[in-house]
Design a protein around this ligand. Structure first.
Ligand code: FAD
Ligand code: FES
Length: 331
């Protein structure tokens, strides 16, 4: 079997084992979250060897050219060596500016960029990797436009037993440094020929974060078509930003806010289904964000009703998969 060298130690890979799984099995520290090629937390450099094209297809060409790849997607068939990038490679330092409750389990997290010249361009709704002072890396969607606001806004909910969110909710303090990599994902508004297509934005929980970014971006760029935003939660209290969204609804003739509560008017899926305009669905842009089961289920429903698959943009908030025992690798 091939060997994997990492930080001066050599481990033997099991058949079909990824570099990430081998390192975790051998109790090595390597950031990871989704194990699915999405979060890019597990970026490693192939040292004096070639990474497989399959493991590199997820990352930017500029990273590929420098031999970087994703450890969770890299299944070597020959001896390889992998190295972690240093914190300052491909990430920029940020400072926690404020933490403000949006409801009992969700926080608005505002982050300043330390070196403004180093800030990368992104579109509101895309996601970034935030890396805390302990090196724990997780994906979060950006809810605002940095170029207008000069800060980044995230909506982050608590997760029971969650490592990053435990740090954020219980230990983090204003002024703490986090590093940030990105941007990733194709959930954002684009309309170079100023068309008036309808837009559906649907999400549950903090799935609202990217949708809020996309909504404000579309409105600030004068989008002419109708925009429907559906937000679901377990109770009215969970529908954070309801007042702000109600005010935007009152101000813009083409924006419709649909708070969805299963007990009252139905789940997001029900309300979307009742509201869909089948006549214009083929040209409607659809953005779906939040829990993976919700995103995949609604994507299927809307596609089967007639939406074009190329017009459906999804950000399932995949979580780190944890072994049933709870796992021992605390990253
Ligand atoms: C593209 C993308 C965008 C995202 N955007 C957002 C966003 O805008 N806002 C947001 O809030 N989240 C977002 N997420 C989710 C986010 O990345 C994290 O997954 C989430 O915050 C949890 O991280 P954590 O470190 O606290 O949990 P982790 O430590 O990673 O835990 C993951 C899961 O394992 C469970 N678990 C962990 N340890 C144990 C144990 N011992 N026993 C039982 N269960 C356990 C946890 O309960 C949790 O469900 C996004 C994810 C993706 C992929
Ligand atoms: S991309 Fe590898 S863990 Fe997320």
């Amino acid at each position: 079997m091939p060997n994997l060298t990492f930080k001066g130690s050599t481990f033997t890979l099991d058949p079909y084992e990824s570099v990430l799984e081998c390192l975790l099995r051998n109790q090595q520290f390597i950031p990871f979250a989704c194990k699915a090629g999405t979060c890019q937390a597990c970026l490693v450099k192939a040292v004096d060897c070639e990474a497989t094209p399959e493991s590199q297809k997820w990352i930017k060409q500029s990273l590929r050219d420098q031999g970087y790849t994703l450890a969770c997607q890299w299944v070597p068939s020959a001896d390889v060596e992998a190295a972690l990038p240093t914190l300052t490679e491909f990430s920029i330092p940020t400072v926690l500016h404020s933490l403000e409750p949006l409801n009992d389990d969700t926080m608005k997290v505002v982050v300043d960029v330390t070196d403004k010249a180093a800030m990368f361009h992104y579109f509101p709704g895309q996601y970034v990797t935030l890396i805390n002072p302990q090196g724990i890396a997780r994906s979060y969607s950006v809810a605002n436009n940095y170029e207008q606001d000069q800060y980044l806004e995230f909506h982050i909910s608590t997760t029971s037993h969650g490592i990053f969110t435990h740090w954020l909710f219980e230990e983090a303090a204003v002024g703490d440094t986090m590093h940030m990599r990105g941007p990733y994902g194709d959930c954002y508004y684009s309309n170079s020929s100023a068309e008036d297509f309808p837009i559906i934005l649907a999400g549950v929980g903090t799935g609202l974060a990217p949708l809020y970014g996309i909504l404000n971006d579309a409105l600030s760029r004068g989008h002419k078509g109708d925009i429907h935003l559906f937000h679901g939660g377990r109770s009215a209290e969970k529908l954070y930003l309801a007042r702000e969204l109600g005010a935007i609804d009152a101000e813009h003739k083409n924006f419709y806010y649909h708070p969805c509560l299963k007990e009252q008017n139905g789940s997001v899926e029900d309300v979307v289904d009742q509201t869909l305009d089948l006549g214009s669905l083929k040209r409607t842009r659809v953005y779906l964000c939040g829990a993976p089961d919700f995103v995949h289920g609604l994507r299927k429903l809307i596609f089967l009703k007639g939406a074009s698959s190329g017009n459906i943009f999804c950000d399932p908030f995949l979580e780190r998969s944890v072994a049933p025992t709870g796992g021992t690798n605390h990253n």
